[in-house]
Design a protein around this ligand. Structure first.
Ligand code: UTP
Length: 235
């Protein structure tokens, strides 16, 4: 008789960029609304959310680099900032979300058996919270990973310097992974639409990735619920 691994096909993982949480404009109103959305969705859908470090992490990493810290130490500083953001969001969501963010992927998966949403920051050096979100999605055999970021999807050129750039609504994993590998070398504090570990892990597990503007909450909610959304779908 075949042995089936425990699976939870309905789980959804959301990776929220630190640059989305803290923009300097209306952050308290945004985080409050985001917390309500996650609480609502988390009631009916097993939900895991990772929070990034954004500019705060990059500022500390730059300072540490100037002081001659190693890449591992810089990653560890980045992780602390991502956990700070997780604490802030977890406190806004309230019980049953654990106030102390789990520190490993295994603990986050374990916690999801008791409460949803589970919110955490980084885990260990060498990747970003996108990578953490992707590994959790693979562990949970999640239906999808939603990357809530500070742009509304992947473009065929940089829209800041190319006003005629077009958003790519759908892209295959092979092509997307090529772009991720071209844009990232793995240094602490490096910033691209998604990280290498995340793209490689999701592609191998055949889990779709939805890239959306995290500040557009109705659209983010549609992406999390698996409905039609504005952004980019990688599959
Ligand atoms: P982020 O996940 O915030 O990376 O982690 P990011 O690409 O800057 O994402 P945004 O801007 O928030 O969307 C910040 C840094 O913390 C370290 C890495 O150095 C990363 O660049 N980190 C984070 C780790 O080393 N391991 C982790 O699990 C998470």
């Amino acid at each position: 008789m075949p042995v089936h691994a425990p699976s939870n096909p309905r789980a959804v993982v959301v990776s929220i960029g630190g640059s989305v949480l803290l923009t300097g404009a209306d952050d308290h109103a945004y985080v409050g609304r985001l917390a309500r959305l996650l609480r609502d969705v988390g009631r009916s859908t097993p939900l895991v959310v990772t929070t990034g470090g954004g500019r705060t992490a990059r500022d500390y990493i730059r300072l540490g680099r100037e002081l001659g810290l190693t890449e591992v130490e810089l990653d560890e500083i980045g992780i602390e900032v991502t956990r700070l953001h997780a604490r802030l969001l977890a406190a806004s969501v309230g019980a049953p979300t654990p106030a102390h963010p789990p520190t490993t992927i295994a603990l986050a998966v374990h916690e999801l058996h008791r409460s949803s949403p589970v919110i955490l920051g980084g885990t260990e050096p060498g990747h970003t919270t996108d990578g953490v979100a992707a590994l959790i999605a693979v562990r949970l055999r999640a239906a999808r990973l939603v990357n809530a970021t500070d742009v509304d999807g992947l473009y065929d050129a940089d829209p800041r310097t190319h006003p005629a750039a077009c958003r790519i609504p759908r892209i295959r994993w092979s092509e997307f992974r090529g772009k991720v590998h071209q844009a990232t070398s793995g240094e602490a504090g490096q910033n691209f639409l998604f990280d290498r570990l995340g793209a490689d892990s999701l592609a191998r597990a055949n889990i779709p990735l939805s890239i959306v503007d995290g500040r557009d909450l109705p659209n983010l909610a549609r992406a999390i619920r698996g409905r039609k959304f504005v952004g980019t779908r990688v599959e």
